[in-house]
Design a protein around this ligand. Structure first.
Ligand code: DHB
Ligand code: FE
Length: 280
């Protein structure tokens, strides 16, 4: 009777996707193909019925700022409210945490030498709420508990890909040491290639994105060795968000089954990428 990780979800978290849903534009010709790419995944997660989702995301100066920059922060609160990112909070449900599992993870991870920041109050921005919307649609309550795990990919230096992969492996050990029968899905969010500002704004690199997806599935250790500069050069300055997908990957078996893949351009200024992975 222990908790277990039943699968992993990776997805871009483009804020305009949330705005499209919230403003009733999901059926517009521009957005319909984006949401269509998530239909199979919505069925998958509805069948899996996870009790808890650990959502690895980055805060975009909503809860944190340059005053405080935790590399890895775990949300241990009962509730997390949608952040006001300048247009009012998104009209989505509050996020219910799982304080018992979150504190267990914090303890196990810190004793495992990952120096987590423990967060007892944090509003959650599009980095977390857009992935929930993509997988769960527009319910009046989110159908599972959510443990937010924030990674700094905004202010240099972010953690290395290797560190992220190893954190995922430590999360798996910690989940499997929690003495309650819980089904857990781990989300990695952000990416794919995107650069939001400067002369290269709008950069999309399909070849890099495809190679990343292939390698994340089949050769995570190889992908983990890729240095930051390669992401920034090839995938744009915000493409560095992709290192967060390695946390999700590390929480799964060495060999995984790719249950679903989706790649689509454009969505705002970015490429949308999405994977659903199961232990093989
Ligand atoms: C945008 C912002 C993001 O944080 C992101 O991951 C993708 C796109 C945007 O503003 O378009
Ligand atoms: Fe982002």
């Amino acid at each position: 009777m222990m908790a277990r990780i039943i699968g992993g979800v990776a997805t871009s978290h483009v804020p305009a996707i949330g705005a499209a849903l919230d403003n009733g534009k999901a059926d517009d010709p521009y957005w319909r193909p984006v949401f269509a790419g998530y239909e199979a995944s919505k069925r998958w997660i509805a069948e899996q019925k996870p009790d808890v989702c650990i959502v690895v995301f980055n805060d975009h100066a909503s809860a944190f700022s340059l005053e405080l920059i935790p590399t890895f922060a775990i949300g241990c609160a009962d509730t997390f409210e949608p952040a006001d990112e300048g247009w009012g909070p998104r009209p989505v449900p509050s996020v219910s945490g799982h304080p018992e599992l979150a504190w267990h993870l914090a303890e196990q991870l810190i004793l495992d030498e990952f120096d987590m920041t423990i967060v007892n109050r944090m509003d959650v921005d599009h980095g977390l709420t857009v992935p929930l919307s993509l997988l769960f649609g527009q319910p009046s309550e989110w159908p599972c508990r959510v443990i937010p795990l924030a990674v700094n990919v905004v202010q240099y230096p972010p953690p290395t890909g290797r560190r992220c992969l190893n954190l995922g492996r430590a999360i798996r050990r910690a989940v499997e040491a929690f003495p309650e029968d819980l089904k857990v899905v781990v989300f990695g969010t952000g990416g794919m290639s995107h650069q939001l500002q400067g002369p290269r704004a709008g950069l999309i690199n399909r070849d890099f994105d495809t190679a990343f997806l292939d390698r994340l599935v089949a050769d995570p250790d190889g992908q983990a060795a890729v240095p930051h500069i390669d992401y920034v050069r090839e995938a744009g300055s915000e493409g560095i968000e992709l290192v967060m997908w390695l946390v999700m990957r590390g929480a799964l078996d060495a060999r995984v089954r790719e249950a679903h893949r989706f790649y689509h351009v454009p969505a705002s200024n970015t490429a949308v990428g999405h994977l659903v992975l199961e232990n093989a």
